[in-house]
Design a protein around this ligand. Sequence first.
Ligand code: HAM
Length: 403
Amino acid sequence: MKGFKDILPDEVGKWQLLEETAKNLLESFGYSQIRTPILEKTALFERGVGDATDIVEKEMYTFLDKSGESVTLRPEGTAGVARAFIENNLEASVFNKLYYIGPMFRYERPQKGRFRQFHQIGAECFGIRSPAIDAEIVYINKLLFEKLNIKGSLEINNIGCKSCRPAYSKALINYFETHKEYLCADCQKRLYKNPLRILDCKNEKCKIVAKQAPRLKDYVCENCQNHYNGVKEYLEVLNIEYVENDMLVRGLDYYTSFVFEFVDTITLSAGGRYDNLIADLGGSNICGVGFALGEERLIDIMNIESKNAIDIYIANLGVSSYALKILQILKHFPYSIYCEYDSKSLKSMLKKADRLNATVSIIVGEEEFKNNTCIVRNMKQSSQEIIKLNQIESTLKGVLYAT
Ligand code: HAM
């Protein structure tokens, strides 16, 4: 299916490495994992992400369930985590720093780095007003990239809030109205509903018009400006380099004040502050800040060979009960073992052991079964020896720890 892909065993090593690294890092900062449903009521995203956004207008997988309720495959993680925070009264718990890993769905035009099912690793922190937490979120994101040897430049912006953005939107509408004929069809439609989005349209003509547009920084209120300045100061304390990009507007409506993206040739991760989301979803007046990264995009540039290696391959020449017995003995030890059951030639089995990157092959046939022995073959050195079954533990230790 277009935009959906299988993640095959030879790629899974990279996924596991990315997810393990993120999990360990986030937990080391006191973030706890949360797992929310993949399917949510459509209204959650209409209210949370915003009904004038591209995501809600065009990209959601929405359908009626059997009771006639409109439900949607989550297009992003923040709204669901915010809903869970409210519904489970996590405000009263110690769990205000949360992270998640999982699939998201957007009906977008598939291209490099853009899928219809993709995976995000994200973190959200609720209830901390200090700009220091925005800096912590950026810091975690940056550290994760460093651990994975990924370079991305940090772009930041201040996109204002409910009280200062309307005046800016008005100024934008006034400006773009006078240049309407140069805007692409999408931006002409967005003009009255979501004029900020015109600022990051990729169409060349829109870009030229947008260059001269009024800037949000001339409209932001004191609160937003103070918060944004605070984040910049903390980023400097942490020695985190950034570039201010006043065209960075983000595609989701919940943001207030500080927003950021880590960009390579495409955006690798993004986030920011959202002080009204919890209240907009029916919760109390609790602020939030977070980020999410696109796993496919990181894996594409992660320069790490992941080889699926196993420790032991059991080449079973028609003695499955004996092979199973050996498997059982070896399962007392922390080895990964691939055991063959259907009879094949020894040559083809050893070839397979090679392709599986096995360190050792244990070869057993009628002869070995009768004598209670097995052949232990060191795959790297192509040498082998016959041993008694009761020597198997010490022999394997010798070979496996020596390699
Ligand atoms: P977003 O910018 O929509 O933000 O997505 C975050 C990241 O997900 C992007 O930077 C990109 O790496 C990846 N991504 C998005 N769409 C696709 C796609 N179609 N295919 C592949 N990767 C994709 C959010 O989703 C916010 N919830 C982030 C956030 C968390 N803000 C605060 N907390």
